[in-house]
Design a binder for this molecule. Sequence first.
Ligand SMILES: Nc1ncnc2c1ncn2[C@@H]1O[C@H](COP(=O)(O)OP(=O)(O)OP(=O)(O)O)[C@@H](O)[C@H]1O
Length: 266
Amino acid sequence: MVTLSIEALRIDLGGRAILHGIDAEMRSGSLVGVIGPNGAGKSTLARAVTGLLRSSSGRVAIDGTNVRAFSPADLGRRIAYLPQGQTVHWPLTAERLVALGRLPHLAPFSAMARADRDAVERAMARADIGGLRDRVVTELSGGERARVLIARALAAEAPVLVVDEPLAALDPGHQLELMDLMRAEAEAGTLVLLILHDLAMAARFCDRLLLLHQGRLIADGDPGAVLIPEYLSDCYNIRAWTGTIEGQAVVLPIERSSPPGAAKLR
Ligand SMILES: Nc1ncnc2c1ncn2[C@@H]1O[C@H](COP(=O)(O)OP(=O)(O)OP(=O)(O)O)[C@@H](O)[C@H]1O
């Protein structure tokens, strides 16, 4: 069981505040979605959680220890991170790329042990990329490569998994498969922090949503409590239909709504 605490976190970049005093606590076994419009600070939060950014004040801690206090390998065993829109420049096979996910577990210059090879196999099976094993990743389609990168993150078998907008390159079937996989990871005990633009997927699969807007945490709670007309209008400038179809939550943007106080164009 791990506890990830974001405590009064403030991040400044380029001389301005990007995140303003974010507070949230999360535990193993949950699928937490981070949503918010472009530029809200979602990726910045992911980079702070994974120890890549120094906070101006406040901190992110795992079980009480500041993430910035861990060595890279120690932190890599605790948090697996798949950044947004990752590109792969080296012509590695998919299997070799997934194996890179085991690096935090290896002593310098040492070969993978049986346990590492087993973890790579498990990750490839969970991401359903066994058929791509020997393919060169630079020759894969965008969606195939995205699934290989998910497998690399899974191979770390870290208790915390942070994935930044993984759905963009995937077709609808693979989007549902990926969300099922993230759900299964959470049910198996991982704390999954998932940055998402797709509000319907967020509503349907996440246990909890953090809604960011202009670097502030506007709402934190059940999807039903966060995806309400007031927040959707204030943060995204949209009016949306929310409801259920065949028992599944659906959020369907209908039209742009005017920002508060703005004159209507029509
Ligand atoms: N290194 C940087 N220096 C200055 N400003 C930055 C830097 N990185 C990000 N920002 C700014 O911080 C704000 C938040 O960026 P961030 O990437 O966290 O947003 P986001 O919510 O992930 O957006 P998107 O949905 O578009 O990916 C943006 O205004 C961005 O321009």
